[in-house]
Design a protein around this ligand. Structure first.
Ligand code: NDP
Length: 485
């Protein structure tokens, strides 16, 4: 087996664990279709052991000072940065994303989260609320307990860290289940946390498909579930968590609008559309896949877009000059191919791309449809691939109504030089994350998350603290206590 084969499928209680009784599955490098590792899904015993390990470690971790916990997280961030190249190579093999991307967007983003929440850990305090006669209430911000993280396959390192960093900063322990398509990098996060001084059991990783996630969510010892995934999975996980009245964070899918007004800087707007549709081969939840372009500039926008797409380098993802990689799997490629067929059948104009490349691996080139109308399937459903829909519009009022006419509400973007309009439009978007003259930035300092079907709760920023801690109010009476009898 390759150098990417881990010492065990799972990471529990500070060490690699294997259980050959679990269903075996292959880890495939999407650039060629080669198998790079073989793992085993967690059996119910393994899942239970991981939760027990987290439960046992959590109270000691919470009892440490925030400064001590923060130090561990910041050390982990430093280790991740020092190993960025090695981790990026692994991420590229796990996901197929080009090294050019993984070097700057995966372990680095994970390290940012560890550093940011490591820095916040020491400042998580309650407040004192004065009452009459010197009585008071003081509040304590407590950990929730054992948190479960369940990840999608597009940003495995980032998702693991975006969930683990705030959870651990607040004194929780975590059991993380990566997508079975990209199981390797979360194990590295677990290794690094141990090396940074985290107590064994604070961050555990178990592998497997949906049923492993479902077992974790149903476990009575679990206090919170944070899922990054699709809306259908979100519905199931939210419902299962509700049965145990568990806290949830849901980071789900989207079909986000990107509106380009006639006064926009066309080069910037084309850059935004490229970043919002083709980065990570379009496998990004917040992508602005409905690109509304003012009718008066549609042709010039399309012309520049096609010119610029000609510069994309579809090569070996391990080569740093490659700027566009494969889809994560044959199955995801088949989904995208089906959407392309539907787009053509429903009358959209295929401007470029649309046909899988005749080479090993799972390749769909950047694909653009124009003449897309609001009711077409490709304009309504999340495709999660490199497929951009260009729609025309005439007025701001019209485009806002159409942009918001979706059940999703993850992100939205606007390109215009008119500052007042930019603000008006951003405020009018029904979306959790909005962009003015940019697209898809996700710094750890800013809250990230969706409204409507796109999610519940926020990741990153100080807002995430609210989702990984709870407030206890303690009443203190100094004055004599009166009672009716
Ligand atoms: P899925 O919803 O298919 O899976 C997400 C995770 O949930 C996987 O680990 C999956 O396991 C697991 N899972 C599946 N069923 C259950 C269940 N019943 N109980 C518990 N866990 C379960 O999403 P994908 O992995 O296909 O990722 C793509 C989706 O994720 C897109 O819709 C995308 O928009 C969304 N996404 C959202 C982001 C955001 O921040 N808003 C960011 C990235 C992606 P397995 O697949 O291994 O069987």
């Amino acid at each position: 087996m390759s150098k990417f084969q881990p010492a065990g499928s799972h990471f529990i209680g500070g060490e690699y664990v294997e259980d050959l009784a679990g269903t075996p599955f292959d880890v495939i490098f999407p650039g060629t279709g080669e198998t790079i590792a073989q793992l085993h899904a967690a059996t119910p015993e393994i899942v239970s052991r991981a939760v027990a390990s987290a439960k046992q470690a959590q109270s000691g971790w919470e009892a440490m000072t925030g400064t001590e916990r923060g130090r561990v997280l910041r050390r982990a961030a430093d280790i991740m940065r020092a190993r960025n190249h090695e981790l990026s190579v692994l991420e590229t093999h796990d996901t197929g994303k080009p090294l050019q991307e993984t070097l700057v967007a995966d372990a680095t983003s994970g390290a940012d989260a560890l550093e940011y929440f490591g820095g916040l850990a020491a400042s998580l305090t309650g407040e004192t609320i004065p009452l009459a006669d010197g009585d008071m209430v003081f509040t304590i911000r407590e950990a929730l307990g054992v948190c479960v993280g369940i990840g999608a396959w597009n940003y495995p390192t980032q998702i693991a860290c975006w969930k683990a960093a705030p959870a651990l900063a607040c004194g929780n322990a975590m059991v993380f289940k990566p997508s079975e398509m990209t199981p390797l990098s979360a194990l590295k996060v677990a290794e690094i946390l141990i090396e940074a001084g985290a107590p064994a059991g604070i961050f555990n990783v178990v592998q497997g498909m949906g049923e492993v996630g479902a077992q974790l969510v149903a476990d009575d010892r679990v206090a919170k579930v944070s899922l990054t995934g699709s809306v259908p999975t979100g519905r199931k996980v939210y419902a299962a968590a509700a049965a145990g009245m568990k806290h949830v964070t849901m980071e789900l899918g989207g079909k986000s609008p990107l509106v380009v007004f006639e006064d926009a800087d066309i080069e910037d707007a084309v850059s935004g559309a490229i970043l919002g549709n083709f980065y990570s081969s379009g496998q990004v939840c917040s992508n602005g896949t409905r690109v509304f372009v003012h009718r008066s500039i549609r042709e010039s926008f399309l012309e520049r877009l096609i010119d610029r797409l000609g510069n994309a380098v579809l090569g070996d993802p391990r080569d740093e000059t490659t700027s566009f990689g494969p889809m994560v799997s044959e199955a995801q490629l088949a989904i995208v191919e089906r959407y392309v067929e539907q787009g053509i059948e429903e009358g959209a104009r295929l401007v470029t791309g649309g046909e899988r490349l005749d080479r090993p691996g799972f390749w769909m080139p950047p694909t653009v449809f124009s003449d897309v109308t609001d009711r077409m399937t490709i304009a309504r459903e999340e495709i999660f691939g490199p497929v951009m829909c260009v729609l025309d519009f005439d007025t701001e009022e019209e485009v806002m109504a159409r942009a918001n006419d979706t059940q999703f509400g993850l992100a939205a973007g606007v390109f215009t030089r008119d500052l007042a309009r930019a603000h008006r439009v951003a405020r009018g978007f029904e979306a959790g994350t909005c962009y003015i003259n940019t697209y898809n930035d996700a710094p750890v300092e800013a809250p990230f998350g969706g409204v409507k079907l796109s999610g519940v709760g926020r990741e990153n920023s100080k807002a995430a603290i609210e989702h990984y801690s709870q407030i206890k109010s303690i009443y203190l009476r100094l004055s004599p206590l009166e009672a009716p009898f």
